[in-house]
Structures are given as C-alpha cells and as structure tokens.
Design a protein around this ligand. Structure first.
Ligand code: ATP
Length: 318
C-alpha cells in the first residue's frame, strides 16, 4: 500500500443539525427508520493526525497498527471507545497499514448533544487518513467504511445539505443551503437516545407532531430560506421538552429574539436558531449567554465540507 510518508494532517470537522427529523417505522431488528434533512455547520472539533512511523520491528514483535489519542477540551474516552480511534483502526486495518498514528483531538463540541460529535470525528479521521496516506478512497468508499461505525458517519463525510433515510445512511444530496447563520445552544442536561426511542414507542400517537420533510426538501430546492425556517421540525422535540423544559425555553427564546426558525437537533438536547444576518446573530448570542448562564452557546454558519489541511502543502477541501 502506498502512503505519503511521515507527515501531519489537520482536519476541522463539521457538526450537523437536523432541519427535520421524523421516525417513519420500526424495523424487525428494533432499530428505527428515520426521514431527516441534515445540515452541516462550520462548528466542529479539531483533529491533528500524525504518522509516527512503521510498527514493523516494534519491541513486542507485533506488526499491528497502533493508534494513540490525546484529547483536550470536552471530556471524551481516550481509548478504543472513542469513535476517532475506532475510525483510525478501521482504516489502517482495511488498508493493511502497520503504522503508528497519533491523533490529537480538540473537542469543541459538547458531547452527547445531538450534534453528531463522535460521528463527525470518525468522518474527519477517515478523510484525514485518506489524505495522509494517499489512500485513493473515493467519497463512496469513505461513506461505506464510515457506515460500519455509525449511521451518521456517511453524512458527516459528505457534508452539506442532504435527506437521510433508512437508519440515516441512505443519503440524497440536496442543494447546499449556503450562507445561513446559525446559533447553537446546548443546555447541561442528559438525554439518553435509547430511552428516547423507547419513550417515543410508548408516546400517544395523537401527541406526536411530525415535520413535513417533503415540504422542507421543496423549500431547500427552491432556495426559500423563509420556507426552510417555517418548516423546521423534530418528532422528538415534545418528548425532550417535557423531560427538560429548558429545551423549549431555549427554542422560544431564539424565536423571541429574532431567529426566523428554531428547533431541537437530533435527539437533543441542543437547539438551534436560523438568523438572517451576522449583526443580529451576534447580539442574540450575547443575550443567550447572559440568559442561559452555564450553557454552551455558539454562532456558526452552514458548511458544505470539512477542511483537510496538509502541513507544508496547500489546503485541500473534501
Ligand atoms: P448523534 O447526534 O449522532 O446522536 P451526539 O452528538 O448526540 O451524536 P456524541 O457527541 O457523538 O453524541 O456522543 C455520543 C457518545 O459517544 C458519548 O457517550 C461519547 O462518550 C461517545 N463518544 C465516542 N467517541 C466520541 C467522540 N470522538 N466525540 C464525542 N463522543 C464520543
């Protein structure tokens, strides 16, 4: 297998928000089929991938790849439980590369927040290693590899705006919803995704409010940002709001302060607001930080790709 030799690649990963999220069925294996429009945002983690040489001749005689993770920022596991490590092991194993790899992960995204933090790190590692070792993976190759790690990973590799069906891995790319300002707010509450699905299954059908994902797709295809803002919806929102009223308070706050639309992302508890211009987005952000002391608040924009930056070479875009 060819690789570009010792070197270093930096990746700025992209979180996702769900413009719509609907559950359309329960499968025989217990998993749920979703219908969701996902949007990447510039907010994300920073990864530094450094090749530390061959493992051939390692002291223990092993020729297995070795992956070391050094994580800073929000607290995440630093062992094989980390999706960044699992993604690296998968790529090295798949390509038969017995390399020693160091991953530095600066975790800027809150964890278990409904923003696909772990999935976007896995996506960043797969894309970054493709560049570091000149693996020649196509986007389809990387998405297929990523899918084995989690259903949100293919979207996090692809980025932009897409409709996700199946478990989330069946993607239809949509026109990129460019230049939209987004405020992300994460309250310090825990939502268990598994418990949420169980609650959903026992929730009275009459209390379930479904988003119109077809209408959202039409608004996106027409470039109708006002329509997009009006059609935001998440089938989990009433459930999570009833468990954690701060989620609904944040959505109401964003709408009151001038967001054209606001909704919860994924299984929560993060919420986001779409804001027409940069000036007002920063004002709303300052007021949000004062109002919701101790919460994560960030201003960002929609993104159509992650950034992969090769040290000493020109910036590459994926
Ligand atoms: P999704 O929106 O895809 O449901 P999420 O944003 O809600 O994901 P994550 O931040 O990916 O949730 O965290 C989910 C779990 O994954 C946590 O329990 C966390 O410990 C674990 N995890 C493993 N690797 C990572 C990583 N690199 N970053 C964040 N969490 C990770």
């Amino acid at each position: 297998m060819q690789f570009s030799g010792a070197g270093c690649v930096r990746v700025s990963t992209r979180a996702k928000i769900n413009l719509t999220l609907d559950i359309i069925g329960r499968r025989a294996d217990g998993y749920h089929d979703i219908d969701s429009i996902m949007q990447s945002i510039e907010l994300g983690d920073e990864l530094l991938l450094r090749d530390c040489g061959s493992m051939t001749g390692a002291a223990d005689g092993s020729r297995r790849p070795s992956v070391e993770l050094i994580a800073t920022g929000y607290n995440v596991p630093a062992d094989d439980a980390n999706l960044a490590v699992r993604a690296a092991q998968l790529v090295l194993r798949t390509c038969g590369l017995d390399r020693a790899l160091e991953i530095r992960l600066h975790k800027r995204l809150p964890v278990a927040a409904g923003l696909a933090g772990g999935s976007s790190d896995a996506a960043g590692v797969i894309s970054g290693l493709n560049t570091l070792y000149s693996l020649g993976f196509t986007q389809a190759d990387m998405e297929a590899l990523g899918h084995t790690l989690g259903s949100d990973v293919p979207f996090c590799i692809r980025c932009g705006t897409a409709r996700a069906e199946g478990a989330g891995e069946r993607l239809t790319q949509l026109p990129f919803l460019s230049d939209v300002w987004v405020i992300v707010m994460t309250p310090p509450v825990m939502v268990s995704t598994a418990e949420l699905y169980r609650t959903y299954d026992s929730w009275p059908a009459s209390d379930i409010r479904r988003p119109d994902t077809g209408a959202m797709e039409t608004y996106i295809r027409q470039g109708d940002i006002a329509g997009v803002a009006s059609a935001l919806g998440n089938v989990f929102y009433p459930i999570v709001s009833s468990l954690h009223p701060i989620v609904e308070e944040m959505v109401r706050f964003l709408l009151r302060e001038g967001a054209t639309g606001a909704m919860m992302s994924g299984s929560g508890p993060s919420v986001f607001g779409l804001v027409p211009n940069e000036g007002s987005v920063r004002e709303i952000c300052h007021r949000a930080m004062r109002t919701f002391d101790g919460c994560f608040v960030a201003v960002t924009r929609t993104a159509d790709r992650m950034l992969v930056d090769v040290e000493g070479r020109q910036k590459e875009r994926y």
